[in-house]
Design a protein around this ligand. Structure first.
Ligand SMILES: Nc1ncnc2c1ncn2[C@@H]1O[C@H](COP(=O)(O)OP(=O)(O)OP(=O)(O)O)[C@@H](O)[C@H]1O
Ligand SMILES: [Mg+2]
Length: 401
């Protein structure tokens, strides 16, 4: 996956010549912002932190610039690199002022193209190495929860998204601190709606993975996912149509392994189709949730799904999630029949709660945020709690932070 660089300059000559120098970089997306640092609007400032490297032209004698740079670097994601481009004859004291304002390095301008390229390349290499080191010792520890549906529209995406949200286990005032690192992955490549449920802009990562056929790594994952204010990481399905068989089993296997090194819990919204590349997910899963209701066709479909999965993964714990129905005081006849047909106990029931489901979808937010006291939210919270108890997070992932 490509890196991205944001080039900020009000001076067209500078931005053209630097842009041209950076054209020599392979696999790097260059975005431009034609304004001076002190004139950047809030969106641009926020956007800057989504780049690997931000290069901006500045005159450090200009107090407004310095203040703006401080503001810019305050928004930094931990690994965005800020490079200031300034007059080549900058006195040391001025360079220091820039460093104090949070700049990682000062590049002289004008500079020979290859010199600039070399500097930027070395920062990119440093970033990559740091990222790899960060996760190197965390081998495969996160817990994988795959979510399947007994029939279309039964609510599996609702369960996946909100389960992931509740697995954050937020604590503290305003529930701001997430105790767990959680990612929700939409492997329903063609019809995935996780991004819609969370009101996210289009994400192309998984499409690129499917079409370009490379093996994903930590760096690609970091570039491809979106983090919500709650801390939830989301790898959404593409809007464009991806051929289902474009993904390869080994890509998915490496993807899951990579996610396991980065997160405590990985919740995967599975495709309906039983394509070959779901096998590595099932092989690696710690639990499979099948979302169903108690109608005869859905119970039968659940059963076929269980048989299919257990044939190759006899050890995989499967849990049936009964959606649209509150847990009854006593199982009724058709419940008992269903339990018998599936040879399972129904431990988890999620009430039919149209209002809460609708609000969550309308606001593009997890139900905990828009209707925290609703039956829907409580049902999913109960499920999350049970999963955290049964599959406690591995402490080794927590070390990597
Ligand atoms: N417990 C519930 N009570 C009321 N509405 C619900 C409940 N669970 C899900 N829904 C609603 O049902 C609709 C379908 O849900 P969802 O998209 O999660 O299903 P799905 O199984 O993922 O469907 P798809 O086949 O499209 O993948 C959504 O509008 C959702 O808000
Ligand atoms: Mg769905």
């Amino acid at each position: 996956m490509s890196n991205s660089i944001l080039l900020i300059s009000a001076d067209k000559d500078i931005s053209d010549s630097v842009g041209k120098a950076l054209d020599g970089l392979e696999d790097v997306r260059i975005d431009r912002e034609d304004a001076s640092v002190s004139k950047l609007n809030g969106t641009a400032v926020e956007m800057a932190a989504n780049h690997d490297i931000v290069i901006f032209a500045t005159d450090p004698s200009n107090a407004a610039d310095l203040t703006a740079i401080e503001h810019l670097t305050e928004q930094r994601k931990e690994d965005t690199v800020y490079l200031a481009l300034t007059d080549g004859d900058l006195p040391l004291s001025k360079a220091r002022a820039l460093t104090r304002a949070g700049v990682d390095d000062v590049l002289p301008y004008p500079a020979a193209n290859d010199e600039l390229l070399e500097q930027v390349n070395s920062w990119l290499a440093k970033k990559r190495a740091a990222l790899e080191e960060k996760y190197a010792n965390a081998a495969s520890l996160g817990k994988v929860i795959a979510v399947q549906q007994a029939r279309g529209g039964i609510g599996s995406t609702t369960v996946a998204v909100n389960l992931a949200d509740q697995l954050l286990d937020r604590k503290g005032t305003f529930k701001k601190e997430a105790a767990n690192k959680v990612v929700v992955v939409d492997l329903d490549l063609q019809f995935g709606t996780v991004g819609d449920f969370l009101d996210l802009d289009e994400q192309e990562g998984l499409l690129q993975l499917a079409v370009e056929n490379f093996l994903p790594d930590v760096h690609w994952v970091e570039q491809s996912l979106v983090r919500l204010p709650s801390g939830l990481a989301v790898l959404a399905a593409p809007q464009k149509f991806a051929p289902l068989d474009a993904l390869e089993a080994n890509q998915v296997q490496v993807l899951v392994a990579t996610l396991k090194s980065m997160f405590d819990y990985i919740v995967i919204d599975m495709p309906r189709a039983l394509v070959g590349w779901i096998e590595p997910v099932l092989e690696d899963a710690d639990k499979l949730l099948i979302v169903t209701d108690m109608t005869v066709p859905a119970v039968r479909a659940s059963r076929r799904l269980m048989e299919f999965v257990l044939a190759d993964n006899a050890q995989l714990p499967i849990e049936i999630i009964v959606n649209h129905e509150k847990k009854p005081m006593m199982l009724r006849e058709h419940h008992r029949e269903a339990a018998k047909a599936l040879d399972v106990k129904f431990n988890h029931w999620i009430a039919h709660d149209e209002k809460a489901a609708r609000e969550a979808v309308d606001f593009g937010k997890p139900v905990s945020e828009v209707a925290g006291r609703s039956d829907l939210s409580k049902g999913i919270a109960g499920l999350a709690k049970a999963i955290m108890t049964e599959l406690p997070k591995d402490k080794a992932v927590a070390r990597v932070q």
